[in-house]
Design a protein around this ligand. Structure first.
Ligand code: F6P
Length: 351
């Protein structure tokens, strides 16, 4: 077997990595592991399905670790064959379970888990999640020589190196449905509504739903001091006779979320208001066609690349195509900023 399989800038020599770490992974892969980690995202199941079906077509078996890195550390997994991943493409959440595993931050724990994986005869690992999950994958690759492929699965759309993360489109549409419904009552009653959407450090969901939902304003962590401008704009539009006002607030805004923003704005305008916090509703539900398509392509591509001898990459989206991006590049940038120009677009179109 040629030790230098693979091609391009991500060519990886498993033997070199193995020499460095002392854990020997074979060049020929017969069994892959997969885990879903961090906050669940609609479309994760579609990734698992695509991964398993692509692997089995190559005569490779797949083991699914339970509850993310928690199951990886504990060595808890189930065998996934073509039938085990039937009827899941349309389901939100993840059939494998997920967690945020603090234990995995310890390099000694990672090394022991990598050795355990190798001893089980699992030759490569696919990890599906957000930036924390991908960072964990890179550490497994760099420190322990585990052949890894990352796939983005997070509603936040804040991973560097990809235009969209799996789950974002579904979360957007879920939030949008809620905003449309809130608008009915806002129009009927004349009350102002502050709708809080998810995104601990990212305003991506807020910005996109604000434009798509025709919001009167949007408050996000990436913009500062926007409340004063918002109050002035709302004052003018109330004077012009506008009845329905939706203000989308990203949960991570420094002003402190929708309740805090609502109190400031509502008081300043002396106008009746209500607050709606969408919360985890945005994480669940049937994945959209877009998320399923992206997930299917990413799962298939990640398996093909691993079997071709490449490792240490994430499958992301660039210019409408699935592409491999080195994980080292992804984690070198903490977050990918959203399109903040959507803020002024929402303001300009709010009427
Ligand atoms: O990262 C996805 C996400 O849904 C964020 O938008 C949100 O801030 C966070 O997870 C909530 O996490 P948890 O479910 O652990 O409270």
């Amino acid at each position: 077997m040629n030790a230098s399989r693979g091609c391009g800038s991500q060519t990886i020599f498993f033997e070199l990595a193995s020499t460095k770490t002392g854990i020997v992974y074979p060049l020929e892969m017969k069994r892959l592991g997969i885990l879903t980690s961090g906050g669940d995202a609609p479309g994760m199941n579609a990734v698992v399905r695509a991964t398993v079906r692509t692997a089995t077509a190559h005569g490779v078996t797949v083991s699914g670790y339970l509850d993310g890195y928690t199951g990886f550390v504990a060595g808890e997994f189930v065998e996934l064959d073509d039938r085990a991943v039937g009827n899941i493409i349309q389901r939100g959440g993840t059939i494998l379970g997920t967690s945020r595993c603090a234990e995995f931050l310890d390099p000694a724990v990672r090394k022991a888990a990598a050795e355990q994986m190798r001893a089980e005869g699992i030759d490569g690992l696919l990890t599906v999640g957000g930036d924390g999950t991908l960072r964990g994958a890179l550490e497994l690759w760099q420190e322990c020589g585990v052949p890894v492929a990352g796939i983005t699965g997070t509603i936040d759309n804040d991973v560097y190196g990809t235009d969209e993360t799996i789950g974002f489109d579904t979360a957007l549409n879920t939030a949008l449905l809620a905003i449309d419904q809130v608008r009915d009552t806002s129009q009927s009653t004349g009350m102002m509504f502050f709708v809080e959407v998810m995104g601990r450090t990212s305003g991506a969901i807020a910005l996109h739903t604000a434009v798509a939902g025709g919001a009167a304003g949007v408050v996000v962590p990436e913009a500062h001091d926007e409340i004063g401008v918002l109050i002035e704009q709302l004052r003018q539009s109330i004077e012009r006779g506008k009845r329905s006002h939706i203000i989308v607030v990203a949960e991570g805004d420094e002003a402190g979320g929708a309740f805090a923003v609502a109190e400031k704005v509502g008081k300043a305008l002396d106008h009746p208001y209500r607050v709606v916090v969408l919360g985890h509703i945005q994480r669940g539900g049937r994945p959209t066609a877009r998320d399923r398509l992206v997930a299917a392509e990413a799962g298939a591509m990640a398996v093909e690349a691993l079997l071709a001898g490449r490792s240490g990459f994430m499958v992301g989206r660039k210019d409408g195509k699935s592409v491999e991006v080195p994980l080292s590049e992804v984690v070198a940038h903490k977050h990918s900023p959203p399109n903040v120009s959507l803020l002024s677009l929402a303001q300009r179109l709010s009427g």
